[in-house]
Design a protein around this ligand. Structure first.
Ligand code: GN1
Ligand code: MG
Length: 359
């Protein structure tokens, strides 16, 4: 725990620190809860392999949180709890770089909030989808050209496919032979990877300011009412497609399994939960989305799940260098779970068509 405590010296204004403990379950950054005389805060070590332009990243987060705070104020919301805040270091910088080059930031901790790893009921999932729908609506008037692209081509699915093929060809860990079935599954979906990408290129889908990592554990809910309070993990806020934001909520939430389930017989995509996500998302973003965007939401669900599976499989082939793992083969299990979900979405594809009345 020494390094987080050392880093906190850059935030002397927080007062005496009593406890620093690991927090959350992100796959990229390291997150800690800081408790002390001055209250509670979130401390994060930013993964600088993933995010190389930390200045650009932190500037994005500052701009977006300030914008949302202002929108919340205008709507008469609870400014302190409906958006998080970046707490600058004592010298005014948005993050601290320590002697080893690690970059640290402090964010406000939202009191009385909970973060769930799995929806306990339909209401939790509805609130998650609605929170991301609201995020998109709130940023509708935000000028996207002010944002740095923190990870270029983040949800460029055809590019993710190319990266996957390259990892198979290179097979640096000698793992490809073991996952021929999974490789084959991805290859059968090569054409699908282009579906939303091509629509956007043809001008049929608009680019919006999107969150790009819309899973349930990136939403805080009010612990008393269990209503969505605010969305967190703003590292990947960039121009993107509404279908992707909707789709990643479905990927993570519209099932009864963990993301890294080892036993594929326990993985079930649940179409009724897909509908809950759709109702939640559209309850907030419905007024701003075009008919075409609503029509392709199910493609967002399928392609975000496929893309995430490809990314996990690529990382497995490359030796688990991107996503944190707690056990061997965890990335492979994550990939397999995503592919099972894709298969099950395909099996009930017609059921996922938008209801005519909504268009
Ligand atoms: C990562 O950091 P975390 O766990 O919220 C990843 C997402 C993936 C997700 C899969 C910057 O998000 O893209 O969908 O894991 N974030 C980045 O759970 O790559
Ligand atoms: Mg996260």
């Amino acid at each position: 725990m020494e390094k987080p405590k050392l880093a906190l010296r850059a935030w002397g204004k927080l007062g005496g620190i009593e406890r620093v403990s690991p927090f959350g379950s992100g796959h990229i950054n390291d997150t800690y809860l800081v408790e002390g005389a001055g209250g509670r805060y979130i401390l994060q070590r930013i993964n600088t392999n993933t995010f190389q332009d930390v200045d650009g990243l932190m500037q994005n987060i500052r701009l977006v949180t300030e914008f949302i705070t202002e929108q919340t104020r205008q709507a008469g919301g609870d400014v302190g709890r409906e958006s998080m805040r970046v707490i600058p270091c004592d010298d005014g910088r948005l993050y601290h770089r320590d002697e080893e080059g690690s970059c640290w930031r402090v964010l406000s901790y939202i009191e009385g909030s909970v973060c769930l790893q799995k929806a306990r009921n339909e209401q939790d999932l509805f609130e998650c989808a609605a929170a991301f729908g609201r995020f998109q609506r709130q940023l509708g008037a935000f000028d996207a050209s002010r944002l740095t692209e923190t990870i270029p081509r983040f949800h460029d699915t055809p590019k993710r496919y190319q990266d996957f093929e390259q990892a198979v060809q290179q097979d640096t860990m000698g793992r490809a032979a073991k996952v021929q079935r999974e490789i084959e599954f991805v290859r059968q979906h090569k054409v699908d990877c282009r579906y939303l990408f091509d629509l956007q290129q043809r001008g049929e889908l608009p680019l919006r300011v999107t969150h790009n990592d819309t899973k349930l554990n990136n939403v805080l809910l009010d612990e008393r009412t269990m209503k969505g309070l605010c969305v967190i993990d703003l590292d990947t806020v960039m121009p993107g497609l509404s279908a992707h934001d909707f789709g990643d909520t479905v990927r993570f939430g519209a099932n009864d399994c963990r993301e890294d389930e080892e036993d594929q017989s326990k993985v079930h995509f649940l179409p009724q939960l897909y509908r809950v996500c759709e109702r939640g998302f559209l309850s907030q973003a419905g007024g701003v989305l075009t008919a075409r965007e609503k029509e392709v939401l199910r493609w967002g669900a399928k392609l975000m799940t496929l893309e995430c599976g490809m990314r996990f499989l690529t990382d497995y082939l490359q030796g688990d260098v991107y996503f944190k793992i707690a056990r061997p083969d965890q990335n492979l299990d994550r990939a397999r779970t995503q592919f099972t979900l894709v298969q099950q979405m395909e099996a009930c594809w017609d059921e996922l068509a938008p209801e005519e009345s909504k268009l």
